[in-house]
Design a protein around this ligand. Sequence first.
Ligand code: MN3
Length: 218
Amino acid sequence: MEAESCLCSRGYGDGHYVLPPLPYEAGALEPFLDAETVTIHHDRHHAAYVAGANAAVESIRKVAANVYDETMVSAATQRLAFNLGGHFLHCLYWSSLCPEPQGAPEGALADAVNESFGGYDGFLRVFRGVAIGLQGSGWAVLGRERLSGRLAVLGIERHQDVLVPGFKPLLACDVWEHAYYLRYKNNRAGYVDAFLRQVDWAAALERMEHRTCHGDRS
Ligand code: MN3
């Protein structure tokens, strides 16, 4: 059976990007995150990226159909990259979290973490450093870099910048302030540490072994 390890598999349907429901109740991540933060984040912020991606696609279609002048397409593709990146990364973010803390990665993912970071503690130092070091808004994303096959952590600015082609994301932490400010205020490090205790490592392992959130096999 195909593993459904990411909401991205339900992020598109009937010719449009769609907002998949959360895979758990909004309050299920307490005490890590409160229901109000999760609800606003999903129902408003994530939903806005879905709407923005659909609007950008429509603008590009109109350029192709010669309804809009071709000088419009550059801005439209930038809106598509920003909003579709936001949609994809939020799907991955919800799927990266688990109501029941799982501790550390296991199996082949534990082996990959050891190989790439010298152990779980090394991974924690790198991931935490990337997440805390982002200037302003962005994401810390653990993934596999395809040339070497090793794991890497990228600090993806906004939703689309500093993204290596072919990078296969396994785990994403949203460090935009809307993700944590109600509960953690300006304590981003406290939020990141709590995130790392709440990771769904089993789902990350599924993504690494079976399929990406894009649906292709590696
Ligand atoms: Mn967000």
